[in-house]
Ligand binder design. Structure first.
Ligand code: SF4
Ligand code: SF4
Length: 384
């Protein structure tokens, strides 16, 4: 990772052959290229061999507790919003080995987990996902010492962001200040727009590595008309957020509302299934499990995602300190929107909307915050 900063670099114009070359060059440079693919009826990150793997002409319809991929009749490659996964799956995997050990004639031999990870290039990273990566950077790299496995993975990453032309029905990045346009944190940034009968891509580099890659693929100089078209698409997207949230005062108000009746009302619906924390691109809680094989010759320690919604998570000798669904939901929401600021200097929410879409009972964080902090009622621009 180098020189990830806001850059107003000159814009280039890419067409399909430029994007093809981008994937080819990154693969030739030893990167495993991950991008959006349709799998199990959802758009998820998976390995790309060529542009043919991308979800061409597909979009998604999202609402609380509901997600559906549909065709939009276009040739766009990035016409969807976000799927259930984010780059978190690769930078902070759901399960990773911390160490393993084997008995040998000289004693136990220990081997550390993933400290020499593969080079990963992500194509199609949304601005809210870039913001989530920067939040996880603070969590995992801001401590003393930093998390060595995360540091090793993160140092081997090339990020190609694609700005959002079509926010989803549960997106509210506009309220959280994280989208729909990426300002920082990328190596390359693309904006997809229709040009003739095929999409074109306004491209900017955000790092030296990005500039080198951009210079090596077929491209044109973007004209004022291309720049204006891309700008209009993002201006329109700002006005088409599926949801909105007035953020002023939340972090000050929320901690003082621990006795609000809304927590119990929501707990009647909440299944404490932890889906919201699993899909959230910033949630970082984990647990460690040790195991040994039956022969007694091998052992390992594995790190797994955990969630503040499980009873075990707050188990201190004798029992869990958060026994009720209300206390666990309150903990999650208050940490995300208030205490996270004290810990990491930022909100823990980037407004991606995943926790709303993938909550099986459709609990909506924007609605919950409004009810607890402002006495309820829909905000301007919020859809029912
Ligand atoms: S809020 Fe929804 S997704 Fe989260 S634990 Fe409760 S039921 Fe599951
Ligand atoms: S709390 Fe919900 S909307 Fe916010 S970042 Fe996490 S999943 Fe996205």
């Amino acid at each position: 990772m180098e020189n990830l900063a806001v850059q107003d670099s000159p814009a280039a114009l890419l067409r399909r052959e430029g994007l093809e070359a981008l994937v080819r060059i990154l693969r030739a440079g030893g990167y495993r290229v991950l991008g959006p693919v349709l799998k199990d009826s959802a758009v998820v990150y998976d390995e790309l061999e060529s542009l043919a793997d991308l979800p061409e002409g597909l979009t998604d319809e999202q609402s609380p507790g509901s997600y559906r991929v549909t065709k939009d009749g276009s040739r766009r490659l990035f016409g969807y919003a976000v799927g259930p996964q984010s780059p978190k799956k690769y930078l902070f995997p759901p399960e990773s080995r911390v160490w393993s050990a084997r008995r040998s004639p000289g004693g136990m031999e220990f081997e550390a987990g993933t400290l020499r990870p593969e080079k990963l290039a992500f194509l199609g990273v949304r601005p809210c996902e870039l913001a989530a990566i920067s939040i996880q950077d603070r969590v995992f790299l801001g401590g003393r010492p930093p998390d060595p496995a995360y540091k090793a993975r993160r140092g081997n990453v090339f990020l190609i962001s694609v700005n959002c032309a079509r926010p989803g029905g549960t997106c509210f990045c506009g309220s959280m200040g994280t989208g729909p346009e990426a300002r920082t944190g990328y190596d390359l940034s693309l904006t997809e727009f229709d040009s003739g009968n095929a999409p074109a891509y306004l491209a900017r580099s955000g790092s030296d590595a990005g500039r080198r890659v951009l210079d090596s693929i077929p491209r044109d100089v973007a004209g004022p008309g291309d720049i204006a078209r891309a700008k209009k698409i993002l201006d329109d997207a700002r006005g088409r957020m599926g949801r909105s949230l007035e953020t002023d005062g939340i972090r000050e108000t929320l901690p003082g509302r621990s006795d609000h009746p809304r927590w119990e009302i929501t707990a009647r619906r909440c299944l404490t299934c932890a889906n919201c924390t699993m899909v959230c691109p910033t949630c970082f809680c984990s647990t460690f499990e040790d195991s040994s094989d039956l022969s007694g010759n091998g052992a390992e320690r594995v790190r797994k995602w955990d969630s503040c919604f499980t009873m075990d998570f707050s188990y201190i000798h004798g029992g869990s300190v958060r026994r009720s669904a209300a206390s666990r939901y309150r903990q999650w929401l208050t940490h995300k929107f208030a205490w996270w600021h004290e810990q990491f200097g930022t909100s823990g929410c980037v407004g991606c909307g995943r926790c709303i879409t993938w909550c099986p009972v459709g609990i909506d964080v924007t609605e919950e915050i409004r009810a607890v902090c402002r006495g309820g009622g829909p905000e301007k621009g919020a859809k029912p």
